[in-house]
Design a protein around this ligand. Structure first.
Ligand code: PHE
Length: 449
């Protein structure tokens, strides 16, 4: 099926593999390659990695199963799904929150994706700079001008075009071929990075167990990052699940998608940190600029670096595109299903709105000081906090309103042998909501007291 399915009759994915690839396409994106290393750097290294792993396995996988189950059972966009499973209730606002969150995330996601497009253009033509100082100056110079707006526009236009139905199935075909390539290039970068001089200090920072830096803010950040990276908490997986056929097993699908997402993030970190510590002057808490300052240094030290650099930025841009599509698709599906808009019109209006919302993020990293830090703040509020809150409500919905019995029955429709129903129900009913609430309250208390 294509991302333009949903007009008229609802499409279904061609096979389980197609679904897993499309959902992995939504999950794997800037969150893995840009966001994860950035967060590891900001939150002190290996402690974050450890908490992140636990969050993915104990919260991410169960919530993903919950979303897919809601989606396949209701066969609708997120707002429609809650309306169908709990008619005449306020639960539909969980869907509305998701739609709003999707719009806002898309706004700055496209800004960062635009940076990768600009890097693609520059590696192709003139190179990114010879020395670490030059690389840094080039990036700062780029952000200090109006060009980020142009690349933001370019990326958003691409996203709108695909969601409008421009490539009809093409995107799925490209992803199938290109994702393995992304993995291959990442592996290559990891190999180069860990063999650089001084690499061990990066590996140490990234992986040597050090739980002393774990605090409630680290846990909240890791939890938020897990939701962001797995595309959870705003209905993307409800929407994708709604196209999933009755034959497919929801539990193993959720597991495959989560594990491939985890693998890509892990490799991205392993490519970044050893290289980072081998470059004098770079610090891990660089924030949104991190990968753009570190990776060009690796490309400078490998044979055919320009070629690999070009391929890398192309693949990251494509990975970002398949994620951006799912963000836009959630909002568009809402306007089609609930408001009766045409797909083309919805994609255009929503895409242009997201572009405008993204303007402060595009300008705030160096051009207009009034907006400085805007991107990181919006990312925290919508890309982390709102997703976690959405995830909480999804758990409460499945656990206490729709009922885990109904949900397990839906899972068993395709997999009668599913035996983890009780364990999963326990996670969704008690552990996940409790963990989220405790961490949110702690964080709030820290902020207020
Ligand atoms: N998971 C995507 C990424 O890691 C971003 C995303 C978040 C996509 C939420 C859809 C929904 O890049």
């Amino acid at each position: 099926m294509t991302h333009s399915a949903g007009v008229g009759t609802r499409g279904t994915w061609g096979s389980k593999l197609t679904f897993v690839l499309a959902a992995a396409g939504s999950a794997i994106g800037l969150g893995n390659i840009w966001g994860f290393p950035m967060m590891v750097g900001l939150y002190g290294g290996s402690g974050f990695v450890f908490v992140y792993l636990i969050c993915v396995l104990l919260l991410g996988v169960p919530v993903m199963m919950a979303e897919l189950t809601i989606g396949r059972s209701a066969r609708s966009d997120p707002v429609g799904a809650f309306k169908k499973l709990a008619p005449q209730t306020r639960w539909r606002f969980v869907g509305v929150l998701g739609v709003v969150t999707g719009l806002v995330i898309l706004s700055y996601y496209s800004v960062v994706a635009g940076w990768t497009l600009r890097y693609l253009a520059t590696t192709l033509t003139e190179g990114l700079g010879e020395s670490p100082a030059e690389i840094q100056a080039a990036f700062t110079g780029f952000l200090a001008g109006p060009w980020p707006l142009v690349f933001h526009a370019l990326f958003m236009a691409l996203t709108i075009w695909v969601v409008m139905g421009g490539v009809e199935g093409g995107i799925e075909r490209i992803t199938k071929i290109l994702m393995p390539f992304l993995l291959l290039i990442l592996l290559l970068l990891v190999l180069r990075s860990v063999t650089l001089e001084g690499a061990w200090r990066g590996i140490d920072f990234y992986l040597r167990p050090d739980l002393s830096k774990i605090s409630f803010s680290v846990v909240l950040a890791a939890m938020g990052q897990a939701f962001f990276s797995l595309s959870l908490g705003m209905g993307a997986m409800i929407t994708y699940g709604s196209y999933l056929s009755e034959k497919e097993d929801l539990a193993s699908s959720a597991l495959y998608v989560s594990l491939s997402d985890l693998l890509v993030a892990f490799l991205a970190g392993l490519a970044i940190f050893p290289a980072l510590f081998s470059v004098p002057g770079l610090k891990p808490d660089e924030g949104p600029a991190l990968i753009f300052l570190v990776l060009p240094n690796i490309f400078n030290t490998i044979p055919f670096g320009q070629l690999f650099g070009t391929a890398f930025y192309l693949l990251v841009a494509i990975a970002a595109l398949t994620s951006a599509i799912s963000l836009l698709e959630v909002v568009v599906a809402y306007f089609i299903d609930q408001r009766g808009w045409s797909r083309r019109w919805a994609a255009l209006v929503v895409g242009v709105s997201a572009y405008l919302l993204g303007v402060p993020s595009a300008l705030g990293e160096g051009y207009v000081s009034f907006f400085s830090g805007f991107l990181s703040r919006v990312d925290f509020l919508f890309g982390k906090l709102s997703l976690v809150i959405g995830g909480l409500f999804i758990c409460l919905f499945v656990g206490w309103r729709w009922g885990t019995a109904n949900a397990v029955a839906e899972i068993q429709r395709s997999n009668p042998g599913f035996r983890l129903g009780e364990a999963w129900s326990f996670l969704v009913k008690y552990l996940c909501p409790l963990a989220i609430v405790v961490i949110l309250i702690r964080q709030l208390a820290d902020l207020l007291l």
